[in-house]
Design a protein around this ligand. Structure first.
Ligand SMILES: Cc1ncc(C[n+]2csc(CCOP(=O)(O)OP(=O)(O)O)c2C)c(N)n1
Ligand code: SF4
Ligand SMILES: [Mg+2]
Length: 351
């Protein structure tokens, strides 16, 4: 309930990160979602990722659209910047904010209705432009907030708790993200924090458009046996292609693996992704074969999870547009408005 305020008491021996913050410093308000909703587990994974990465909360901007999923930023990172936009419009607001201030970590949180129906165009363009962000879709196959209508990601033949069988073909947001040029693409399951936390950490440190589709069952409307977005179905059909260990640059690599079983990917900022291959033939650097693999496995009813594609040096929108390094709010008037001579020269360069 929104009127219940979290107690301020903090146990003195709570573990702290290297900034001296405890997990409590990354929390938000008490969740008003249904008990057992997958979205709350994703919020927990986001908080854990930011705590472990020791991100200063005021350097994070969380943006969302409309839906139960889009409500969740209220329930985590209460000390960060937040903007709850219009249904399906989170990507354009995030793009604008990122262009104005490239120094924040941008976290876009959306739902399958928000991103695959009303916001599909926005979803497409922010990924193809390479906006530097972590874009998370909390995917339950339904419009949870408006009482469980099928969304565009519901599988054909799937059935909600009280609804009819879905006859429409599904949109696979991961396949779209790959096709659109996202440079970090993953899928996970809200019930698998061990897989989800390193995927989120890797995405935060990735420079460019990082997309994570998280299957997140809606316990109120779409967690029945005939649904392919239920806890039971995903647990039974989860085909993980790899397992990710995430390390920041200075961390020592301690675990020992058999040669060939692990691949090390160094990202733009020096952070390290260690991919333990569960399917030795799966290549997360090959966009086309990733798309083929996904389509084949989906046809046989499997839900492919893990880090599906990564291109560490792809670059981001600022790199492509060659924008100024300094955030716009830190530029002075002379830099923002360099005068008529400069304007004339600029106009002349376009004639
Ligand atoms: C312009 C507009 N159209 C429709 C709605 C009604 N509406 C609110 S949330 C929602 C769907 C939410 O589904 P999803 O994004 O999957 O989030 P979930 O609740 O399932 O987490 C709809 C259709 C709205 N708020 N604004
Ligand atoms: S209606 Fe569904 S998506 Fe919304 S809070 Fe309840 S379980 Fe979660
Ligand atoms: Mg939904």
């Amino acid at each position: 309930m929104t009127y219940i305020v979290k107690p301020r008491f903090r146990h003195p021996s709570l573990p702290t990160n290297k900034l001296g913050y405890t997990h409590r410093d990354y929390e938000g308000a008490i969740s008003t979602l249904c008990a057992g909703c997958g979205h709350d587990s994703i919020s927990a994974a986001i908080m854990q990722s930011c705590f472990e990465l020791a991100l200063p909360p005021h350097r994070i901007a969380k943006l969302s659209g409309i839906g139960c999923s889009s409500k969740t930023p209220t329930y985590f990172l209460g000390r960060s910047h937040g903007f709850n936009s219009v249904h399906g419009r989170m990507p354009s607001v995030l793009t604008g904010a990122n262009l104005a201030n490239r120094d924040l970590v941008y976290l876009g949180v959306s739902g399958d209705g928000d991103s695959a129906s009303i916001g599909l165009g926005q979803f497409a363009h922010c990924l193809r432009r390479g906006v530097d962000m972590v874009y998370i879709v909390e995917n339950n196959g339904v419009y949870g907030l408006t009482k469980g209508q099928f969304s565009a990601t519901a599988d054909k033949g799937s059935k909600t708790r009280r609804g009819p069988v879905n006859t429409d073909s599904p949109i696979d947001l991961v396949a779209l993200a790959l096709q659109l040029g996202a440079s970090y693409v993953a899928r996970s399951f809200s019930g698998d924090k061990q897989q989800l936390v390193p995927l989120i950490k890797g995405a935060i440190e990735h420079k460019g458009a990082a997309f994570i589709d998280v299957v997140s069952p809606c316990v109120a409307f779409n967690n029945n046996a005939e649904s392919t977005k239920s806890f039971e179905y995903v647990r039974a059909h989860n085909d993980a292609v790899n397992q990710l260990d995430f390390m920041v640059e200075h961390e020592e690599i301690t675990a020992d693996y058999a040669p060939g079983a692990v691949e090390t990917v160094v990202q733009h900022d020096g952070s390290i992704l260690r991919l333990r291959k569960l399917h030795p033939e799966y290549d997360p650097h090959d966009r086309v074969s990733a798309m083929t693999y996904l389509a084949q496995r989906h046809a046989s009813g499997e839900v492919v999870t893990g880090l599906l594609y990564v291109e560490p040096d792809h670059g981001d929108l600022h790199h492509f547009l060659d924008t100024v390094e300094t955030p716009l709010n830190e530029l002075n008037e002379a830099e923002l408005c360099p005068g008529n001579t400069m304007l004339d020269r600029y106009n002349a360069s376009h004639r």
